[in-house]
Ligand binder design. Structure first.
Ligand SMILES: Nc1ncnc2c1ncn2[C@@H]1O[C@H](COP(=O)(O)OP(=O)(O)OP(=O)(O)O)[C@@H](O)[C@H]1O
Length: 248
């Protein structure tokens, strides 16, 4: 008997999210292989966060289905929580707990978490271990939320705006951390082309709730006849990556 093929890390089929006056996601399908680092690029309001929130089981799709390593994030929530790490924009963390207390709290959710000191060192927050979350700078909060997303050694990690607001040194440190995750599957939402070029094996360009193009950064440049990924983005979407949010 032949062995059953293993399911991909992520299989999202025809995801649609409709609000009363807005279709935020309009039929997005994505397949991400195990171990891949997959980038999602798009202008503000393109539907990136809504897409990954549906993938993570945090927002119910109007239509479509998601499987993470073959599991349904809605009906198999407890199992998915053990294999998925999520860092979302503006995630709420208990502000009166210190960095170390938050690390300890999150460690308790997983069977084989990273060592607490290792987690703080990974994002260079060792000297902030006793600082309350509310008293951290924006960049430090972000670095802590990255450490918390990785603390359970998740097989799949979703990172939204990984290094937005970080200084150049902190960005490089975070990149090195992501590059060290060779076994894990990473979904990365980003506006930063240098970050996507450096980290992502494949990229989906999203605009107005749809995938406009996908492929390796090199394939996207080639498809658009562009020298840089940023030029490819502008050519394929007709928009500037830093452009204003679309009107509803
Ligand atoms: N709860 C909601 N109700 C109505 N519309 C919403 C809701 N959440 C998001 N939207 C709209 O859906 C669209 C997609 O939003 P989303 O946050 O997914 O975009 P994004 O690509 O992540 O943008 P950004 O880069 O600014 O984070 C936007 O036009 C947004 O205003």
């Amino acid at each position: 008997m032949t062995e059953k093929p293993q399911p991909p890390a992520i299989e999202a089929r025809h995801l649609v999210k409709r609000y009363k006056h807005k279709t935020a996601v309009d039929g997005i399908s994505l397949r991400v292989a195990r171990g891949e680092t997959f980038g999602i690029l798009g202008t503000n309001g393109a539907g990136k966060t809504t897409t990954v929130e549906m993938i993570a089981g945090l927002r119910k799709p109007t239509e479509g289905s998601v499987r993470i390593l073959g599991l349904d994030p809605f009906t198999e929530r407890a199992k998915v929580r053990q294999i998925l790490g999520v860092q979302l924009q503006g995630a709420y963390l208990h502000g009166s707990l210190t960095a170390r207390e938050l690390v300890d709290l999150y460690r308790g959710f997983y069977p084989d978490p990273l060592d607490a000191d290792e987690a703080l060192t990974m994002v260079e927050l060792t000297d902030k271990a006793r600082t309350k979350f509310d008293d951290l700078s924006g960049g430090q909060m972000q670095r802590l939320s990255i450490a918390l997303a990785l603390i359970g050694r998740p097989q799949v990690v979703i990172l939204d705006e990984l290094t937005t607001g970080l200084d150049p040194r902190a960005r490089r440190r975070v990149w090195a951390t992501i590059e060290s995750l060779s076994e894990q599957t990473v979904i990365l939402i980003s506006h930063a082309m240098d970050e996507v070029e450096r980290l992502c094996d494949r990229v989906a360009l999203i605009d107005a709730g749809r995938v406009l193009a996908h492929g390796t950064p090199g394939q996207l440049r080639e498809q658009a006849g562009a020298v840089t990924l940023e030029d490819a983005f502008v050519a394929l979407t007709g928009k500037d990556i830093q452009g204003d949010e679309e009107e509803d």
